[in-house]
Write a protein that binds this ligand. Structure first.
Ligand code: APR
Ligand code: PHB
Length: 393
């Protein structure tokens, strides 16, 4: 079997790459370890930057996003019992973020893939990559008990943080890593969102976040120790803690409802440099992880695959490899700026186990400064809606 681009992983990165390549008439095979339902049902973050929405719109996978997604022109920063309005659109010349679950993006991209008739294989086992330093790399895998070989011109490693592609880059790569001394306990609740905007809260008891998925579903998080056992948190205790941290002096609080899903996620910042070896190119979580505080994971995956798809299309169009050779440097410029912002949001809004009362007061002063300064708010807003990126493709 042969294809132009062998894509490993059918998360947002792999599916979007397949979609962009299809629009340029480039064929690909997508190989996914899990089954279709598992990939769709994974509950993940749900904030799209303006650029991601623009890219989806320009490439024709925006219909449901515009019907069901919720445009947010602002957010709140909350501390010392008060919510402070951050007018994102006003501060960024009209840009906004869109609340639309990552699994909805994945569903839309799967439908687009199916409509093209191009291959997407689920439940493939023992995937490995070979000859990445040659012009004909190959992917080996098992499907329905049969051993298969897929010869490619290029391999895209879109297999997430625990995939096999990053280890296959070999020794010439450097990993930059930061582990945070906390995680997030997250819930989906059957409760109408009680605020029209997200609320990021710095509280004495630790960080908390109010978000949503739909007019009926609220999404909430709070900071816990990184290895917290979710079984230690019965539903009543979760609501008790959520209400303590999120409620503000003006009487605002989240609506309480049945908890549909709960879990604990550890937090880290991680970057692979370069994001490539030979003809194996990484994109998305296989190359980098951000803490969820800025909701950037999916958006970074989208900017990686836009750069990669452009580079591959340029190769087939002109025979030139210059964009492919620059891919890692180009992608990493945005990756590092986004890492900086996600780290900054994280350290500004969380309590650290080794901090002292000085640190606590300083963090409050930091938030007081940010919410009182148009310059500081503008910096936050332009990073939060996403730094400018040309989506032409
Ligand atoms: N073979 C085939 N598929 C694999 C393998 C493998 N060996 N290992 C992992 N996969 C699949 C996973 O099952 C998953 O479906 O690769 C996919 C990777 O998807 P994601 O983890 O969603 O990563 P990515 O597409 O880069 O999307 C980044 O996802 O993790 C969130 O917050 C992150 O929003 C960000 C986005
Ligand atoms: C979410 O809605 O899941 C969400 C929102 C904002 C974040 C992280 C997650 O920063």
């Amino acid at each position: 079997m042969h294809t132009q681009v062998g894509i490993i992983g059918a998360g947002p990165a792999g599916l979007l790459l397949g979609h962009l390549l299809h629009l340029k008439g480039i064929d690909s095979v997508i190989l996914e370890r899990r089954n279709h339902e598992y990939v769709i049902d994974r509950v993940r973050a749900g904030v799209l930057e303006q650029f991601t929405v623009d890219l989806m719109t320009q490439t024709g996978v925006e219909a449901r996003l515009h019907r069901e997604g919720m445009r947010h022109d602002s957010l709140y920063l909350s501390f010392a019992g008060r919510r402070h309005h951050v007018p994102l659109a006003e501060l960024t010349g009209g840009k906004a973020i869109y609340v639309y679950g990552q699994n909805e993006v994945v569903k839309d991209l799967m439908d687009a893939r199916i409509a093209t008739g191009r291959p997407l294989h689920y439940e493939v086992q023992n995937v490995s990559v070979h000859n990445i330093d040659s012009s004909k790399p190959a992917i080996h895998y098992e499907a329905d008990g049969k051993q298969e070989e897929l010869k490619c011109d290029f391999i895209a490693g879109c297999d997430g943080f625990h995939g096999i592609c990053r280890p296959a880059l070999g020794d010439a790569v450097t990993f930059y890593d930061k582990i945070y001394p906390f995680g997030w306990l997250g819930i989906l609740a059957e409760a109408a969102p009680s605020s029209e905007a997200l609320v990021y809260t710095y509280h004495e008891r630790g960080f908390a976040l109010f978000s949503m998925r739909s007019p009926r579903i609220t999404r909430l998080y709070f900071q816990v120790p990184p290895d917290e056992d979710i079984d230690k948190w019965p539903d009543d205790a979760i609501w008790d803690e959520m209400l303590k941290r999120l409620s503000t002096q003006d009487g605002w609080k989240p609506n309480v409802g049945r908890i549909l899903n709960k879990n604990v996620t550890a937090m880290r910042s991680f970057v692979t440099e370069p994001m490539r070896a030979g003809r194996l190119y990484l994109a998305g979580d296989s190359a980098h992880i951000v803490p969820p505080t800025g909701a950037k994971g999916l958006n970074l995956a989208a900017s990686d695959v836009l750069h990669l798809a452009r580079a591959i299309a340029s190769f087939y169009g002109t025979g030139k490899t210059d964009l492919l050779d620059q891919y890692s440097d180009t992608a990493l410029q945005r990756v590092w700026k986004t890492q900086r912002f996600s780290w900054w949001m994280t350290q500004t809004l969380h309590r650290f186990p080794d901090e002292n009362p000085f640190d606590y007061k300083r963090q409050l002063a930091d938030l007081d400064y940010i919410t009182g300064s148009r310059a500081a708010l503008t910096s936050l807003a332009e990073n939060y809606v996403g730094l400018p990126l040309d989506v032409s493709f």
